[in-house]
Design a protein around this ligand. Sequence first.
Ligand code: RIB
Length: 307
Amino acid sequence: MKKKIVVIGSSNTDMIVKAPRIPRPGETVIGGEFSMAAGGKGANQAVAAARAGGDVTFVARLGDDLFGRQALAGFRRDRIRTKFVFKDTKTRSGVALICVGETGENSIAVALGANAKLSPADVEAARKAISSADILMLQLEVPLETVAAAIRIAAGKKVRVILNPAPARALDDNLLRHVSILTPNETETELLTGITIQDDSSIREASEMLLSKGIGSVIITLGARGVYIATREVHEFVPAFRVKAIDTTAGGDVFNGTLAVALAERKNLMEAVRFANAAAAISVTRMGAQPSAPWRKEIRTFLQGAQ
Ligand code: RIB
């Protein structure tokens, strides 16, 4: 039977320009190609988890507009449960402006729209689903009080919580101590710990500081280098698979969504990270956020080829 994953978070429509490089402030770069794709950190993670084999319930807010309707149709195509995807009649759906450079690096500006209206009451409506989930997965593109309300429900029922602290925001220790698995990237790690990530020892020091707050496991994503896993027993680097990246947008989201499924299926941390690394590697070879998320079969085939 599929494992139950509840994802709470944002949904955006991404407006993407693939340009020779990302412009500096005040600069105009020409020669780009335009595309639109479904995005939003929460929605990307929900889609990645569904395609990786999870039974996914998504809790989110969309505007009552074309982008919202398209997003909802996409979730249904991916067989995501949408009972708690609310329609906000007063606010537009979220939009992200994304510039992708030649080597796949990106810069993103988000207009949160209805995502900013996702409330603790919305989460409360999904209490039963959260309480019976194998994993609750969250990011920080929705209000912090909403994230905190969801974590409180999960903690009360001993449901494992994965928090992807993106985009970077300061977080209360009271919230962090209920997090089972925290998955920051380098910048988010720096913001949460005040430690500049410059070498292996600073990565270890930062992960130990996060563990000391009561978090179960810390998985620091390091882009093309791979990830660093820290628990009370293990400190270890897991290398990324080497691929030619064309668009790194949502690579982290695909990693997180796939990780949630692997952990819910009781794979050990190493195996789960390898499975999620494979999914992320596939995703960065494709353009767009949700269009890049691979299906379980593709991840398996990739891993067989990598052995
Ligand atoms: O993590 C990538 C996502 O960040 C994009 O899809 C964009 O919508 C923003 O939420």
